[in-house]
Design a protein around this ligand. Structure first.
Ligand code: SAM
Length: 292
C-alpha cells in the first residue's frame, strides 16, 4: 500500500521522478498535509453515487481522496506535464477521468455529460489555482451544470468576500453573484505552511450549497447582476450617486430610479453594501416593471 500522495516524502518522490518544476503562472501550490486533504474530502460529504468535478488535480493529492469515495471523478488539468504523472498516481483507481484542458475554455457541461456514466447533480471539490479563483467559480455557476455543492480552497481574502454578509466591508457584487445561487459558509482556514511551494497568503476552504428555493425571484438575472455591480462601483458613494452615474443623470432617469427605490422602501442615501440580496432583487424587478 502507498502512503498518501500528499505526504511530504511521497510528493517529493513523485516530483523528483518526473523532474517536475512548479509553474508559478499556473498557481501551482500543492498541498502536503494529508490531514487537510482528508478534511476537504469529508467536508464535501461524498458517497459512491456522486459525480465529482475537480479543477487542477496537480499530482493527485486531493484526487485520490475523491476517488476513495467511490463516486465518479472528472478532473480538469491545464498542465500537460501533469497528465503522465496523474496516469501513474491515479492508476490504482478506475473511477477517475483526467481531461487536459483549461477549465475556463472547456464546455464543462458537455464534457461532464459525456464522461459521467450516471445522471444527477454534481459536487465540485478543488484546491483552486488562485490567479483565476473568481472566473472559475463564475464559469462553473453559469455553466448550466446542476451543481449541488462546492467545497473549494482559495485565498482567504476571496473566501471572505464570497461568504460576506451585508453591512460588512467584504460584502460586494462577488458575495451577491455567488450567494444568489448558493448558500456560502467558511469551513476552515489553511496556513501557508501546508503547501509546496508556500503561497504568500493564507487560504480558506468554503462550502457552497445550492439553495433549494431562490432567495428572491429575479425577473431578469442579467439586469440584476448589472444593477448590483453598479451599486458598488464606488463603495464610498451613496446608492443614489452610483445609480445615476450608471443609468444617467437626466430627469426621466432620475424619476424612474426615485420611484422604484421608493416603492421598495429603499433609502437612496444608503450605501450599496447595506442592501441585502433580496432588496437588490426587488429593486431590480421594480426597475424593470417601471421602465418606460
Ligand atoms: N490539487 C492539487 C493540490 O491540492 O495539491 C493542486 C492544486 S494547485 C493550487 C492548482 C492546480 O490547477 C495546478 O495543478 C495547476 O496546474 C492547475 N490549473 C491552473 N490553471 C488551470 C486551468 N485554467 N484549468 C485547469 N487547471 C488549471
Amino acid at each position: 500500500d502507498y502512503k498518501d500522495i500528499a505526504t511530504p516524502s511521497r510528493t517529493k518522490e513523485i516530483l523528483k521522478k518526473y523532474g517536475f518544476s512548479f509553474k508559478k503562472s499556473l498557481g501551482q501550490n500543492f498541498l502536503t498535509e494529508p490531514n487537510i486533504l482528508r478534511n476537504i474530502a469529508s467536508t464535501a460529504e461524498l458517497n459512491e453515487t456522486d459525480r465529482i468535478i475537480e479543477i487542477g488535480p496537480g499530482i493527485g493529492a486531493l484526487t485520490e481522496h475523491l476517488a476513495r469515495s467511490n463516486g465518479e471523478v472528472l478532473a480538469f488539468e491545464i498542465d500537460q506535464r501533469l497528465i503522465e504523472v496523474l496516469d501513474d498516481t491515479m492508476s490504482p483507481y478506475n473511477n477517475v477521468t483526467v481531461v487536459n484542458e483549461d477549465v475556463l475554455k472547456a464546455d464543462v457541461k458537455q464534457i461532464a455529460e459525456s464522461v459521467f456514466q450516471t445522471e444527477g447533480s454534481i459536487k465540485v471539490v478543488a484546491n483552486l489555482p488562485y490567479y483565476i479563483t473568481t472566473p472559475i467559480m463564475m464559469h462553473l455557476l453559469m455553466s448550466g451544470l446542476d451543481v449541488e455543492s462546492m467545497v473549494v480552497m482559495m485565498q482567504k481574502e476571496v473566501a471572505d468576500r464570497i461568504t460576506a454578509v451585508p453591512g460588512t466591508k467584504a460584502y460586494g457584487s462577488l458575495s451577491i453573484a455567488v450567494q444568489y445561487y448558493m448558500d456560502a459558509d467558511l469551513a476552515f482556514i489553511v496556513p501557508k505552511t501546508a503547501f509546496v511551494p508556500q503561497p504568500n497568503v493564507d487560504s480558506a476552504i468554503i462550502k457552497l450549497q445550492k439553495r433549494t428555493t431562490p432567495l428572491v425571484d429575479v425577473v431578469d438575472e442579467d439586469f440584476f447582476f448589472k444593477l448590483t455591480r453598479s451599486a458598488f462601483t464606488q463603495r464610498r458613494k451613496t446608492l443614489w450617486n452610483n445609480l445615476i452615474s450608471y443609468f444617467g443623470k437626466d430627469e426621466a432617469t432620475k424619476e424612474w430610479l426615485e420611484t422604484s427605490l421608493n416603492e421598495c422602501n429603499i433609502d437612496p442615501k444608503r450605501r450599496g453594501e447595506t442592501l441585502s440580496i433580496i432588496e437588490f432583487g426587488e429593486l431590480s424587478n421594480r426597475l424593470i416593471a417601471n421602465k418606460k
